[in-house]
Ligand binder design. Sequence first.
Ligand SMILES: [Zn+2]
Length: 243
Amino acid sequence: MSDPAPEPTSVPAAGGRRAAPAPAHLRFFHGPMDCGKSTLALQVDHNQSRQGRSGLRLTQGDRSTAPQISSRVGLSRTAVEVDAGTDLLLLVRSHWAEGRRVDYLIVDEAQFLTPAQVDQLAELVDASHVDVYAFGLTTDFRTRLFPGTQRLLEVADDVQRIQVEVLCWCGAPGLLNARVVDGAMVRSGATVVVADTAPTPAPGAADGPDTGAEVHYQVLCRHHYVLGELGPTATGPGQLALP
Ligand SMILES: [Zn+2]
């Protein structure tokens, strides 16, 4: 290059270095249901707090009276319930206004964030140096990215597919979430907000024609998702056909 100007140094002067704290990051961990993301969320929270850092745990779709992040291995911690209308910048600033430190955020069920909320998380990272650890499902039961997941994949500093293995009934790695209504797999309907912590009945009227039906989710490999086979004992080949 012919530019004679000296290369700008990437290392700020000492004064500037003090003014600019260590950069924070927006990290996103995703996978299918049952992949252990809530367990990982609580582990990250534990590791951060052990370093003397102060964090805020957020979750969505927890319909209990005392919101928490809970995992199948028995861990749980209280959390702040947010919804699509929550301004995450205001939420964190309100904690600061009360004199409470927020060094990092643990965001579970991050697939349910709106794209605007993901951008708020990015602003907290960049402007306020809050580390954000977001955990969420990759795709819905139609194999499409959740809106929050899509935005996180677009803007996160670091994206990791959670490697804890969840298996399809056939033994192959589980990849996709199937919605099962009254024992049969369905591929259309609303992207319903359902926590991934237990087989869950349909959450009210949000599910349209499925309301009142028994709804749960099952992780399948891609092959069996495409075939719509829920296992040798469920609806599908191998089952005794009854009139
Ligand atoms: Zn399979």
